[in-house]
Design a protein around this ligand. Structure first.
Ligand code: 3HC
Length: 332
């Protein structure tokens, strides 16, 4: 166990003032140990989700129905990889190492989003993931652009712009399928039926069962509670479902005039707990796949380290101008 943090009053005061004034805490600023640990936990979980999140849709890359759909899907998966990298870089500003975070993911010591533990059974799932899962991600992540920790907030700005493209490509794909045959419309409805509840669970447990929310909100890491964001998502999505012509699989869904919001049913929280514990339909497969990809990529990491060492040695031995030809050669 690490020694308790010695609290320097002026530093702590400065931290509190910066957070209260909606300014940013930066990597070299003093911060409470627990604030740092909370950020590492959340940012690492978020980064892992982006990386694992490539798998369900990656399943359809070789089977996309046209070149256009394949190019869109490929671009989306590459965006997710980029998001993972920005987020690992943000986590590293807090003093953790990306290799250590990856190791924690593949050994089951760190979490990733529950949503990526469900299978993608048809190509309509690609559209529904874009519409619902990326739609939920946008609801959850736009407020994180105002998070109190600078590197996380800045990473989220670009991520959210790209998520918005992901959401639109999903909706456009579904609109196309809905204009198609009866079989295609049934495919969309089936995918909506399977992804609706898991999408609501993405926002986390209900507020009265969310141990981290109160402190994370006080530190302005989270800007809204899990239930607030879930409600915002439902209110945003119901009219989109109506426009699309699909039924959301919730008999309790009804407009509440007084609240100016949609009432909706209770997700199956025991299912969320099971999935978070690693017992969802695809947990084992997802982590195994990530582990295999990490192991298969060992030679790339070794080559990058060897190349960096060679460049350092050359820089020590001669002038910078000597490197140009060799650098270009290495890139070929
Ligand atoms: N899946 C897996 N674990 C979850 C979860 C979910 N959907 N929801 C909550 N949890 C975990 C929490 O991590 C926490 O675990 P821990 O304390 O053991 O680490 C526990 O359940 C209790 O939940 P809390 O509500 O107290 O936890 P948080 O305050 O951290 O809130 C959160 C959870 C809302 C997911 C928050 O961490 C968050 O906003 N994270 C950033 C966004 C993120 O990670 N999104 C994941 C999806 S990324 C994505 O969608 C990619 C896109 O391309 C589609």
């Amino acid at each position: 166990m690490s020694a308790p943090q010695m609290v320097d009053q002026p530093l702590e005061g400065h931290f509190e003032t910066v957070v209260a004034a909606e300014q940013r805490i930066e990597p070299r600023d003093w911060m409470p140990d627990a604030y740092r640990a909370t950020l590492v936990r959340q940012i690492a979980q978020h980064a892992h989700s982006e990386i694992i999140g490539m798998q369900p849709e990656g399943n359809w890359l070789t089977r996309a129905p046209s070149l256009r759909r394949k190019a869109i899907l490929l671009a989306k998966a590459q965006d997710e990889a980029g998001h993972g990298l920005y987020l690992y870089a943000a986590a590293e500003t807090l003093g953790v190492d990306r290799a250590e975070l990856t190791d924690k993911l593949i050994s089951g010591r760190q979490k990733y989003s529950s949503i990526f533990n469900y299978p993608t059974l048809t190509f309509a799932d690609v559209g529904v993931i874009g519409w619902l899962v990326d739609g939920a991600a946008i609801c959850n992540q736009v407020p994180l652009c105002r998070c109190s920790y600078g590197p996380y907030a800045r990473a989220m700005v670009r991520i959210c712009k790209e998520e918005s493209f992901h959401q639109r490509q999903g909706y456009e794909l579904l609109m196309t399928l809905m204009r198609g045959t009866d079989t295609q419309r049934r495919m969309v409805q089936d995918a909506v039926d399977r992804w609706w509840w898991p999408s609501l669970m993405m926002f986390g447990p209900p507020d009265d069962d969310s141990p981290n929310t109160a402190q994370s909100m006080a530190w302005r890491i989270k800007r809204h509670t899990n239930d607030e964001l879930r409600q915002r998502f439902v209110d945003m999505t119901v009219p989109q479902a109506q426009h699309l012509g699909v039924t959301l699989p919730d008999p309790a869904l009804s407009w509440n005039e007084e609240r100016g919001s949609w009432d909706f049913g209770e997700p199956d929280w025991s299912e969320l707990k099971q999935v978070i514990k690693g017992q969802g339909p695809c947990n084992t497969q997802r982590v195994e796949r990530r582990r295999a990809a990490h192991e298969d990529g060992a030679w790339v990491r070794e080559a990058a380290v060897a190349y960096a060492a060679k460049r350092r040695a050359e820089a020590g031995a001669g002038g910078a101008g000597d490197h140009r030809d060799e650098d270009e050669g290495a890139g070929r």
